[in-house]
Write a protein that binds this ligand. Structure first.
Ligand code: ATP
Length: 485
């Protein structure tokens, strides 16, 4: 199999070639860190969303979903701390005019020291960087960049500006007059839409604590450096769930959600060795516990999902800034309180990337002269963009008509694809490359006895089955129910 860097490049190229992900506005040379999902990408993305949504909202009687607006009252972001605190330290190189995250330049330097075996230097720099970050000491960060002779990768010079804080929120104007008071933000997370609707949902849904509110939606962050394809985007999607609990019980729920979220990932058949928890030692001011679920990407273990015990911070802040009570009356203990919150927050695009990377295989198949490399996406069948390809062996003798009949029956429940061009072998390969779990071939025998061959993507085994058995096979292997039960 490929080297890690190679694998990542191959997956990125494959995603474009087979209609999964395109660069946004590509004909204009693209827009930095913004991507579009193609015809196969959108299907797979929708399947991931459906898996998450049903796992949360359908399988848990005490979780409901909402869909809040991207625009919110500007005070929301003051209350949440994003206006004052949602920023990264940045530095510009005066020669290349390129902007970098100061902490990332230092981290790259630490990596370089480690790779060269200079562990003392690496530790020394890491300690100094953490101190500067904790103290929010921007001058100290610049001094470290100078002292460690870090040069701009583009210009090669060390002609740096000061380090400044750069807020990651995008803002725009609402209404016709561009005045300050009209400034609104594109939400940097979906969670706040849940917090401000906490009482609306609790009252209208007569929800009793503990209960959760789930949401899938777009979020926007003006990331200073956006790299690694859809890993770090400026417009992305989050799947977040806020679980409201009685104060004092949050640690139990935190552990429970940690376990249950990892199970969700592993149910897709991914090797447990590819996942790990990264518990935070240094906690954000509003959290009393936090962990990341990390996946081993070709460029190392990286966060896919965050699970945070956020105390009553957000609801309390909104109570203070809005002047509206955010309390819940708990009939079991006859008390009013502001609930504590456990948050699970997963990036849909990162989950998409993980799924592609984990599925990509290049295999040697065939013997002698027929030896070839087959590229296959061994996707979890429930997430595959197309569930079954219906292929008449030839374009004559009534085979296309028979194939269409099968297609019409199955397409009501599953995304199917009808294809009659090219040899059957080529058609199989195309479907291997987009991860279609089953190919159904209609031949002359099908006309005689209502049977077809069904080919399994991973084993390439073929078996003869009755047409009437196809729905049952699909239900057992590709339906969302088969993943949830
Ligand atoms: P990171 O440290 O990687 O910037 P974060 O800790 O800021 O991530 P959260 O604010 O906890 O991320 O957001 C929850 C999830 O949203 C992350 O686990 C990640 O999967 C996803 N996410 C965050 N920022 C981006 C982005 N710029 N592009 C794509 N997904 C993102």
């Amino acid at each position: 199999m490929s080297q890690p860097d190679d694998l990542f490049k191959k997956v990125t190229a494959h995603a474009k070639e087979y209609g999964f992900v395109f660069q946004s506005s590509e004909i204009y040379d693209g827009l930095g860190a913004v991507y579009d999902y193609g015809q196969n990408g959108v299907e797979m993305k929708n399947n991931i969303k459906e898996y998450w949504w049903k796992s949360m909202v359908q399988m848990n009687e005490n979780i409901v979903g909402i869909d809040s607006a991207i625009f919110m009252h500007p005070k929301v972001w003051k209350a949440s701390g994003h206006v004052d605190g949602f920023s990264d330290p940045m530095i510009d190189n005066k020669d290349s005019k390129k902007r970098y995250r100061a902490d990332q330049l230092l981290e790259d330097q630490i990596d370089k020291y480690t790779k060269k075996g200079k562990t003392d230097k690496a530790t020394e720099l890491e300690t100094a960087m953490n101190e500067a970050l904790t103290d929010n000491n921007l001058d100290a960060m610049r001094d470290l960049i100078i002292a460690h002779e870090i040069a701009c990768p583009i210009s090669g010079t060390r002609n740096w500006t000061d380090v400044r804080q750069f807020n990651l929120m995008f803002s725009t104007q609402m209404g016709s007059v561009a005045e300050d008071s009209d400034a609104v933000y594109l939400r940097p997370e979906t969670a706040q839409g849940i917090f401000v609707n906490f009482l609306n949902v609790q009252k209208s849904g007569r929800m009793k604590i503990p209960f959760g509110i789930a949401q899938i939606g777009k979020a926007f962050r003006n990331e200073i450096i956006a790299r690694q394809f859809i890993m770090r985007m400026r417009e992305f999607e989050q799947m977040e769930m806020q679980f409201f609990v009685r104060p004092g019980t949050e640690m139990e729920w935190f552990s429970q959600w940690k376990e249950s979220r990892l199970k969700w990932h592993l149910a897709l058949g991914t090797s447990p060795a590819k996942y790990r928890f990264h518990d935070h030692l240094k906690l954000a001011h509003y959290a009393n516990a936090a962990t990341d679920i990390e996946f081993e990407f070709p460029f190392g273990f990286k966060e896919v999902e965050g699970i945070h015990s956020r105390t009553d911070f957000d609801l309390k802040q909104h109570q203070e800034f809005s002047g509206k009570k955010m309390q819940y009356f708990d009939p079991e203990i006859n008390q009013n309180y502001i609930p504590y919150v456990i948050e699970t927050s997963i990036g849909l695009d990162r989950m998409f990337l993980l799924t592609l990377i984990n599925a990509y295989r290049e295999e040697e198949v065939g013997e002698g002269e027929k030896k070839e490399i087959r590229t296959v996406l061994a996707l979890p069948p429930q997430l595959a963009p197309i569930k079954v390809a219906i292929l008449p062996l030839m374009k004559k003798d009534g085979l296309p008509e028979k194939a269409r009949e099968i297609m019409d029956r199955l397409k009501v429940s599953y995304r199917c694809h009808y294809e009659e061009k090219d040899t059957i072998g080529k058609r199989y390969r195309r479907h291997d490359a987009i991860g279609t779990p089953f190919c159904v071939t209609v031949d002359h025998e099908s006309l005689e006895n209502d049977t077809v061959t069904i080919r399994h993507r991973d084993s390439m085994q073929q078996e003869r089955v009755a047409i009437s058995a196809l729905s049952g096979i699909l239900e057992a292997h590709v339906s969302m129910a088969s993943l949830l039960s």
